[in-house]
Design a protein around this ligand. Sequence first.
Ligand code: TNX
Length: 535
Amino acid sequence: MPTLRISNSGSALLLLAVLTTFMACAPKKSPPVPMDLAQESIIPIPVSLTATNSSFELTNATDIYVQGDSKELLKIGQYLADKLNPSTGLDIKVKSSNEAPAAGNIYLSIKKDAELGAEGYVLSINAEGVHLTANAPAGLFWGVQTIRQLLPPEIELPSKQAGPWRMASGTIRDKPTYGFRGTMLDVARHFFGVEDIKRFIDLAAYYKLNVMHLGLTNDQGWRIEIKSWPKLAEYGGKTEVGGGKGGYYTQEQFKDLVRYAQDRYMTIIPEIDMPGHSNAALASYAELNCDGKARELYTGTEVGFSTFCAQKDITYKFIDDVIREVAAISPGPYIHIGGDESHATKKEDYILFVNKVQDIVLSHGKQVIGWDEIATASLKKNVFVQLWSDEKNASLAVKQGAKLVMSPARKTYLDMQYDSTTKLGLHWAAYIEVDSAYSWDPATIIPGITQKDILGIESPMWSETVDTFDEVEYMVFPRLPGHAELNWSPATGRSWAAYKKRLAAHGPRFTAMGVDYYPSKLVEWKEDKDKKLKN
Ligand code: TNX
């Protein structure tokens, strides 16, 4: 017996040695800690959520598996890996698999669930893994944004951080209220380069927006290359508000932007503003003016003084060429024709013009969007009207069967000042503090207009007073996440008091992403205690 005992303890020792060696090379994984998914600060807030009081941790054994070998799913997996690897320092790889992977991994798969629609997703997290499913790939992409928001803010930093990288466990079932969730940048008053637009797209995607409207032309500048009318960009793009050097996108650059947006499930809407707001074109080509005389380039901020000549045939030849070229590089369904503040156009000319231009856009296979004034003309089928100022126009539009994009200036204009001390921006529509930007409902703000009349909200960033992207960020953040929530999450139970707590937790996320946000006093921002979030 003693021999046996010795041999027993010998094998026990051996086992211990083997175990210790194994543990040393096995991934470091602490036991799951209790975490409450219901306390996480997700913006937009998900439709439904069940917390299970445990957690999943990313370790050096974690990889991302995607179902099958679909290029599109692999790309979404890679997008997530590229977000996680720099800060975690983990070498998370993307692999394809036909079944759920072993414990410790993330799995993205498509599972038919019509109720989730084109953009909904289900995210299930437990100590063993993360499983994200959707009815269609866009849903997976939005679910990936939720995963990012469930990890600590340091996940957004570009260099390796300490971790641990845990996510609270439970199940989220989520889908958007509105299918059109937009923002806009006016690149005409001040020009912003391709890298700035990509950054804006990335920041908007983090809040599940899917539309980026670009105001490509205005009195102060023409920002898109048109090969059949080359002086538009070459001459008309030469300057901007204040006399800076302006700029424009070549068609190749624009196509690159479109692809970048598509990879983030975002549609770019190009706007060619007409018949007003057209001085840059009228300065580039004399024949577009009724008097045949070219205008001077303009670097001020007045509106309402320019107009294309509605009575000349060359005007429509010109617009047909421009729309053909823009349509050819814009795979999205819409072209925006502006139509706002055409104070220099006679009423009958305006109506003639809008009627003709709608046909031109439709003839190039695109749907028309225009600012609310276009509702004073007779709208063709499937034309969309963007309310910004005149509620009567919104009602006129709905009477004609059009759906609305909701951009009421007093709630959504990101160039409006927060209060009377804000240095950038304007205040002609309102001062819009962060609570005011959040506390309204597009489906009840105009009597007689309800959710069924509305495509969604778009938040425009006009650029008369901002000329660097940092300045744009200061006006856009933190109001845009609030609009994103109005677009995505159900209106029932919405409250500023609850939202502002979640927003506070996004302060460190903005900081980690290098976003120069306005630290509104209405929000008790979570502190970046160790000042470690410097991006
Ligand atoms: C109104 S909104 C405009 C823009 C200005 C903006 C400034 C709209 C359709 N027209 O041209 O940039 O106000 O807040």
